[in-house]
Design a protein. Sequence first.
Length: 221
Amino acid sequence: MADDAKKQTPPEGEPDGPAPRRPEPPEGHIRIVDKRWWATDPADDGDAQAGERSDKPGYVQELEQRLEARDDELRTTIARYREANAEFEQARVRFRRDVAKEVEHGRRAILADLLEVVDNLDRALSAAQSASADSPLLRGVDMVRAQFLGKLGAFGVRPVEAMDQPFDPTRHEAATMVPVTDPAQDGIVVGVIRQGYAIGEDVLRPAVVAVAQLTPTGAPS
């Protein structure tokens, strides 16, 4: 009996009875841990970074803060530089456009002044034709006029069609009205007093013309 009692007595230091067993998870239960970086809790990530920073020495944290401040200053400086560069490019484009307009305006003013030479040649031709229709001088003046118009044509200057055309106030300048009885002639250019010229699609000098005006039959002219 004594031997049986000794066998049943647990060794000293060990708890009486069998060791407690851990609770088993329910049958079919699976634990899933999402380790994707975008699935982590930002708060946990912030805490981890804070803990990581707290582990760094103070001078390292100060250097990092200085570097972040310098990076911000650098980004601000680059942004200002880009804005200033864009403004400079816009100003340069405007300046070039304004200069080109001024040059074109001056060129057209010179060409318009040269048209007076053509007007004088036309007057000389009219006077010479009334005196002699076949004169060497007349042919010479006509050649000079044609050569001069050729030079102007190289700059894009061309005569404005006016005779027998409907009056156009943007291309013609009415100097006088000629009464007519034919309704079809009303508003038609019937005479050119001074030839007009255009350069490209713009009028360099309008033509001075006489325009037909319909007059009722029997009305005083």
